[in-house]
Write a protein that binds this ligand. Structure first.
Ligand SMILES: Nc1ncnc2c1ncn2[C@@H]1O[C@H](COP(=O)(O)OP(=O)(O)OP(=O)(O)O)[C@@H](O)[C@H]1O
Length: 298
């Protein structure tokens, strides 16, 4: 069952087309990766589905309803973003207390444990917190809120590697106990590759990939070997990326199961990061080839 649906959603800011006729669903109790390059439109999508922006056209539905100023929907949605602002007088604990009032599933014990683990100085003013400590505030709220739809828009960029791993570990453990729909938007694809179950990739405001991680991984391979043999193997498939070195060729091809084997060639699975990067480049090149490079997006 899907809890979030976008249908033909477009968002235009003056002459910038930030989101261009996007349709996709977020399924209940899954961890989704919303991935894409800088300026691709990820945050704009998340702002629309958390009622912070109204689409220029198209339909956004969360639990079947328009989220904009909708008191029945918004307490069930938690949006954590790096750029979150708090009132100047707020101490860190005020931010947590405010979240405790907003989110009906708030778990104070869990929040207290996370405060300890992330070493958050709760009596310090939010504006005096370091970047990583500010990220911790968001991560703690996002986890302890246990909102049925929780979106993390790169809020953990300020966290060091140990704290980021603690975040991933808590996320997986808590999601296991209290399944919910989680969206992670991040550029650290390798770090989340084993966590995310569904992947939506957006580029220049358009969806270029939308499938389960499992399907995506099983549909593309890296093939290397003598150029002729590689070309024969890849014939009729989308070559997402190609490298040539003196009679030797390596390609990333989609539409070929990872278990297809051939004696003279080396066939390897593609990492999610590689697949996302190569698919995005492939679409960019196709757009440029069609003379539709930046078009009216900027
Ligand atoms: N309020 C706004 N006014 C004008 N343009 C905007 C506004 N918000 C976003 N944009 C533009 O819309 C496009 C998409 O921006 P968005 O923040 O959604 O990208 P993103 O994928 O989240 O990028 P990043 O990974 O860099 O955070 C960009 O070109 C951005 O400059």
């Amino acid at each position: 069952m899907s809890v979030v649906n976008l249908r033909g959603v477009t968002k235009r800011y003056r002459d910038t087309l930030a989101v261009d006729d996007v349709s996709f669903d977020l399924h209940e109790n899954r961890i989704h990766g919303l991935l894409g390059r800088n300026g691709a439109g990820k945050s704009t999508v998340m702002r629309m589905l958390t009622g912070q922006e109204i689409p220029t056209s198209g339909q956004v539905r969360v639990f079947g309803e328009n989220p904009y100023e909708n008191a029945a929907v918004l307490p069930r949605v938690c949006f954590i973003k790096e750029s979150q602002r708090y009132p100047d007088i707020f101490l860190a604990r005020h931010a947590l207390e405010a979240a405790a009032m907003v989110f009906p599933n708030w778990d104070q014990d869990f929040a207290d444990r996370l405060v300890e683990e992330f070493r958050l100085p709760v009596k310090r003013r939010v504006r005096k917190l370091s970047r990583g400590q500010l990220s911790s505030v968001g991560v703690i709220i996002g986890l302890a809120a246990r909102a049925p739809v929780t979106l993390f828009d790169e809020p953990y960029l300020g966290l060091d590697a140990v704290a980021r791993q603690a975040f991933y570990d808590h996320l997986i453990a808590d999601y296991g106990r209290y399944p919910r729909t989680i969206v992670l938007s991040t550029h650290l694809i390798d770090e989340v590759a084993d966590i995310i179950e569904d992947v939506t990739v957006i580029d220049r405001g358009r969806i270029v990939m939308d499938d389960s991680s499992e399907n995506l991984r099983s549909q593309a391979v890296t093939v290397s070997g003598p150029t002729n043999a590689v070309e024969q193997f890849a014939d009729g498939h989308d070559v997402l990326h190609r490298e040539d070195l003196g009679g030797f060729t390596r390609v990333v091809v989609s539409g070929i199961p990872a278990d297809r084997d051939t004696a003279s060639l080396q066939v390897e699975p593609v990492s999610l990061q590689q697949l996302v990067v190569r698919t995005t480049q492939f679409h960019d090149a196709a757009l440029a080839g069609a003379g539709n490079g930046k078009g009216d997006r900027s």
